[in-house]
Design a protein around this ligand. Structure first.
Ligand SMILES: [Zn+2]
Length: 312
């Protein structure tokens, strides 16, 4: 019987602590806001499950910690990236500016294919977000008619089977039966792009024959020799490779980051289409997709790509 007759102290005190999280949102002028809120992660997960955040200018919502991305917290979508992130408290607006959330990854030598999977997944969701300047982020409490927090509903919510933390597994299933990803990826699968070599993050992004032809072609197209694989420094991990190509002195770094991300994105989708839908695009068609995406980005001014493509 849910224990509603007899007060469950643990659940009741958690319900009370959720009030702090609620006030952090709705009354930021209160003095205690900004100090450490006495709430464990179970409480924060519950809070995310009980609320709906609508992003406006992104200045209030915490990028990693708030459940703003389709109701999920980026730290749950990408737990390993969250661990590697140097700035865990940025707002959505700050994090999106100059792709800060991507730049602020600790230079770990253990970047694995799991990191890459998380990265591409999170990036794919984040890139669809358009901030609305002049509109505040808003929050709604799902469990009351008014959309306002109440201690009673926060208490009762903990007895409902239906209110659970957003599940991670559904992220991967949503795009198709990606069982490999759910199981954490076998490392011995052959590259879906060349069908010759073992697939690692580094292989997929930089070493694969198919991938290198793409980079060569794009390097020529944007007239940026640094994107040519033959000019790359030797890298042992995908992260090392990423740092090499995006931090070379004297290059338009932001533009290179954007192009590299975009190529990664298209390659990633191509890989998945081959594995999960048995659908294969030709080299020319993959190049076409990259160019199309680049043009769309430039038109949307969503990134500094134009600076690179339109320079003399
Ligand atoms: Zn390959």
């Amino acid at each position: 019987m849910g224990g509603l007759g007899l007060l469950n102290l643990e659940k009741f005190s958690r319900a009370l602590r959720l009030r702090w999280l609620w006030h952090e949102w709705v009354s930021p002028e209160k003095a205690w806001v900004g100090s450490d809120i006495p709430c464990d992660d179970t409480g924060r997960l519950l809070f995310a499950a009980c609320t709906t955040i609508t992003i406006g200018d992104g200045k209030k919502t915490k990028f990693w910690q708030s459940g703003w991305l389709h109701g999920r917290r980026p730290r749950d979508i990408a737990p390993n990236l969250f661990k590697a992130s140097k700035r865990k408290c940025r707002t959505v607006a700050d994090a999106l500016q100059n792709s800060n959330w991507i730049r602020e990854m600790r230079n770990t030598t253990t970047l694995s294919i799991t990191h890459l999977v998380e990265f591409v997944q999170l990036w794919g969701l984040v890139r669809q977000i358009v901030l609305q300047n002049g509109t505040h982020d808003t929050i709604k409490w799902k469990l009351s008619v008014t959309g306002e927090y109440s201690t009673a509903s926060a208490y009762k919510a903990q007895f409902l089977g239906t209110i659970t933390a957003p599940k991670l597994s559904c992220i991967w299933v949503s795009g198709g039966p990606d069982r490999l990803a759910i199981r954490g990826w076998p490392y011995n699968a052959t590259s879906a792009l060349c069908r010759q070599t073992m697939e690692t993050a580094l292989h997929l992004l930089a070493d694969c024959r198919f991938t290198r032809r793409i980079w060569d072609h794009i390097a020529l197209w944007v007239q940026e020799p640094l994107l040519k694989p033959s000019n790359w420094k030797i890298a042992n991990t995908a992260l090392e490779w990423w740092i090499n190509i995006t931090t070379t002195a004297g290059t338009p770094r932001k533009a290179l980051c954007s192009i590299a991300l975009l190529i990664m994105w298209v390659l990633w989708n191509e890989r998945n289409a081959r594995i999960f839908n048995r659908k294969e695009s030709s080299f020319i068609s993959v190049i076409g997709k990259i160019k199309e995406e680049m043009s769309a980005w430039i038109v949307a001014r969503a990134c500094p790509l134009g600076a690179l493509l339109l320079r003399d």
